[in-house]
Design a protein around this ligand. Structure first.
Ligand code: 5AD
Ligand code: SF4
Length: 478
């Protein structure tokens, strides 16, 4: 029996990639260990979206230096966006790393491990850069990796991510993703549908379709073009699937056919993550986001007019190159106007290989970025809390995920009543005192208290108490 340790940071796409790699290694006889020192193979699935994520990975690798010197037979691999971005630099900074594998080469991981064990050092398996070949060659060098699904590999067997698209062609000036994950490519609808059917047969009730700009999804053949709305209609008919979500949306591609599909297909969550990034037209132009605030506004009006019961969330970057106080205030005003369900707020982080790094100075001091981050978060949290208060007294349908993270850590969590967590159709986190048998059910929970990120409920037939939890979410896709 060989033991695998895997550490995953970053977005949902990375979580799915890790799930796939683990499943393929399990087929080869690996078992998972949470102790890096007990593992034979150690994999780091990395993120490059912000510098801090990279620094954390390099520091985690640094901690293994002595261990690897003492145990040269241990295999250390770096995968994900930082692998594609830094490539050989990883071997320079951490020479004891055995292989570096990009997100488009994950099918090669078992072979890379085998070749390392056979004595090969410093293997590099990455995709072509965006200027290193014809479009066809570059696309072929970034392959999606979606082998057979294994329900035991997911945090809960009732929920799954399903990749419908890889890569990104938007080239926002701050973002590494078009470089690290290559050109945008949609997966064939038949493949997506058959994977969704496998998931449904495994007892999965909620599927979240993943793409960096998921609503730009298109799959063209000579006969027809399949859009995201068509795909949702197709997946909607699969028995067993109760909920369909999709992330992340690009504002310019929020077409009416998609909004109508969200309105008309009851299994599709009326929850849309559509990052605005900034409330200032000048900053949006510098970011090359491809829309103005007025165009985002027009999109929001169409959502409001078309989708009843909608919930919208956003991402913002604060302290982008040359952002003035007035321009930052425009982001504050945008959050107040659109009253997002929640927003993920990021301090601008200059990234090598991006147009912003090449052309725009990163001139906002860290303290100013931090201040703006805190301010925006405070405004958003107040709005989220106010909106959540409206749920008090209401009963919501919750897909039960299982015991909350906090409950899972508690020594006495084996008793009949444990703190359970789940989500509403609109992706609101709900916690209540329940029991493990509820996991996987969609059940009514009555809300008695609300915070910015959590609704506290009770299942009316059972005893409950007001406990406080925090439930972590992964980084959203860009
Ligand atoms: N600096 C800060 N935030 C970034 N994001 C992407 N690139 C950067 C960067 N260089 C944010 C965007 C995106 C989210 C996933 O991460 O808001 O939507
Ligand atoms: Fe693509 Fe999103 Fe990055 Fe823009 S922010 S380049 S849309 S992944």
């Amino acid at each position: 029996m060989r033991r695998l340790y895997i550490e995953t940071v970053g977005c949902q796409m990375n979580m799915l990639d890790s799930e796939m790699v683990v499943a393929s290694l399990r087929k080869q006889g690996y078992e998972i260990t949470t102790d890096p020192l007990a593992a034979d193979t150690l994999l780091f699935n990395t993120c490059s979206v912000r510098q801090l994520a990279e620094e954390k990975t390099y520091s985690a690798l640094g901690k293994l230096k002595k261990h690897k010197l003492r145990h040269p037979d241990k295999v250390i691999g770096v995968m994900g966006c930082m692998a594609q971005k830094d490539q050989k630099l990883i071997f320079e900074r951490a020479p004891y790393v055995d292989f570096v594998v990009g997100p488009g080469q994950l099918a090669q991981v078992p072979q890379l491990i085998a070749d390392t064990n056979a004595g090969q050092a410093h293997q590099l398996a990455v995709g072509l850069g965006r200027r290193d070949g014809s479009v066809g060659e570059i696309k072929r060098s970034h392959e999606t990796f979606d082998p057979l699904r294994d329900p035991t590999m997911r945090p809960t067997p009732y929920q799954a991510y399903l990749r419908i698209q890889i890569g990104c062609d938007k080239f926002c000036t701050y973002c590494v993703v078009p470089n690290t994950r290559g050109p945008e490519q949609g997966r064939p609808p038949e493949q997506i549908e058959s994977e969704a059917r496998v998931l449904a047969d495994q007892g999965c009730k909620e599927i979240t379709l993943l793409g960096q700009t998921v609503n730009s999804y298109q799959y063209r053949t000579e006969q027809q073009t399949t859009r995201l709305s068509d795909l949702l209609a197709r997946l909607h008919d699969i028995p067993g699937i109760a909920r369909l979500k999709f992330v992340t949306n690009y504002p310019k591609d929020m077409t009416d056919d998609l909004l109508q599909a969200v309105r008309d297909l009851p299994k599709v969550s009326p929850y849309l993550h559509v990052p605005l990034q900034s409330g200032s037209d000048r900053i949006l132009r510098l970011m090359k986001r491809g829309y103005t605030v007025a165009e985002y506004d027009e999109m929001m009006e169409r959502i409001v007019a078309t989708v009843p019961g909608h919930a919208i969330s956003s991402d913002f970057i604060v302290g982008f190159c040359s952002e003035t106080d007035q321009e930052f205030e425009m982001s504050v005003e945008a959050i107040k106007k659109y009253r997002f369900k929640n927003s993920f707020i990021f301090k601008y982080s200059e990234r090598p290989g991006t147009r912003a790094m090449d052309n725009l100075p990163d001139d906002i001091p860290h303290e100013v970025k931090q201040y703006r981050n805190n301010e925006l978060l405070a405004v958003q949290n107040a709005i989220s809390e106010e909106a959540n208060h409206a749920f008090i007294g209401q009963t919501v349908d919750v897909l039960v995920e299982g015991p909350s993270k906090k409950a899972a850590k508690q020594a006495d969590s084996s008793g009949p009543l444990v703190q359970m967590t789940g989500r509403t159709h609109c992706d609101r986190i709900v916690v209540w005192e329940g029991n493990r048998r509820q996991a996987g059910q969609i059940m009514p929970v009555t809300i008695y208290e609300a915070r910015a990120h959590t609704l506290f409920g009770e299942v009316l037939t059972e005893h409950c108490g007001p406990e406080v939890f925090t439930v972590e979410s992964p980084l959203p896709l860009a």
